[in-house]
Design a protein around this ligand. Structure first.
Ligand code: SF4
Ligand code: SF4
Ligand code: SF4
Length: 266
């Protein structure tokens, strides 16, 4: 697969609101519970679909080029991959939920109901893409409203649509520069701010701004990071020791019952 950074382009002006992207996303991630209309992101809904005037619009993780979620994660559970997606490793996550707070687009959701909770968000269907597929939402879209390809080609496509039909589009590609650029790009008929979920975020990468502030208090930054990494290590270690103890207990019970059966035969 290409190592060029990939991106999703969503064009609100041609979206038919058919919901196929939402259904494909949920089915592809094993959430086949019959709930098909998703208006809010949730731990079991990685993208949503809403309406404004005569238009439909999607919401999903933007796969930021400099993701705030990854920059605040003390144990490296979230990571920006060179191919585009911001991936998440539940095995590393210690459940601090800093990523949930740090995301400027309020994307990650936490599994409050799960005894072993994880953070959930769009993964750009990376397991599927690595096997030669494309994100399930783009695969399902029959209207060229959700496209997937190299980010530079998606940007070129977006600008060519604007130039070909300037009356239809608001002349801006959201995600080209916002928060340092994102790997999900939006084309809209009016300023995205009018949809309510888009704040004025500026073009500066947010992790850079954060670290500029923390640079002024280096002792705090280093101590906090070291403390959180240690905490993460202790939690993971405690879980590993717990699993090992459980395995030893199971082995002992099995060995004892074998001995009893052996004695019975004598
Ligand atoms: S949109 Fe939020 S969750 Fe997604 S990569 Fe950016 S900061 Fe992380
Ligand atoms: S890229 Fe995959 S996980 Fe993300 S919204 Fe599309 S189908 Fe869902
Ligand atoms: S599948 Fe395409 S046209 Fe249908 S709602 Fe999703 S983005 Fe819009």
């Amino acid at each position: 697969m290409s190592k060029r950074p990939m991106a999703i382009l969503f064009d609100m002006t041609v979206c038919a609101g058919c919901n196929a992207c939402v259904e494909a996303c949920r089915e592809g991630h094993g959430f086949s519970d019959g709930k098909d209309e998703i208006h809010e992101l949730a731990a079991d809904a990685y993208c949503s679909l809403n309406e404004k005037e005569d238009y439909s619009y999607r919401n999903l993780c933007r796969h930021c080029i400099a993701p705030s979620c990854a920059s605040v994660c003390p144990v490296g559970a979230l990571e920006k991959r060179p191919e585009g997606p911001v991936s998440y490793d539940a095995g590393k996550c210690m459940g601090c939920r800093y990523c949930v707070t740090a995301c400027p687009f309020s994307i990650p959701r936490y599994e409050w109901d799960n005894p072993i909770p994880a953070v959930r968000k769009c993964d750009m269907c990376w397991d599927h893409v690595e096997q030669g597929g494309i994100p399930r939402c783009a695969e399902a879209c029959r209207y060229d409203a959700t496209l997937f390809g190299p980010r530079d080609e998606m940007l070129a496509e977006a600008w060519s649509r604007i130039e070909e039909d300037p009356d239809e589009y608001y002349a801006h590609v959201y995600g080209e520069h916002e928060v340092g650029g994102t790997s999900v790009l939006f084309l809209t008929p009016f300023p995205l701010e009018e949809l309510g979920f888009q704040k004025r975020l500026g073009n500066e990468s947010l992790p850079r701004l954060t670290w500029d502030v923390l640079d002024k208090i280096p002792g705090f930054a280093v101590t906090a990071a070291a403390g959180l990494m240690a905490l993460g290590w202790i939690i993971r270690r405690r879980d590993e020791v717990g699993e090992l103890e459980a395995r030893i207990r199971t082995d002992r019970v099995t060995a004892n019952s074998k001995e009893v059966r052996h004695d019975d035969r004598r």
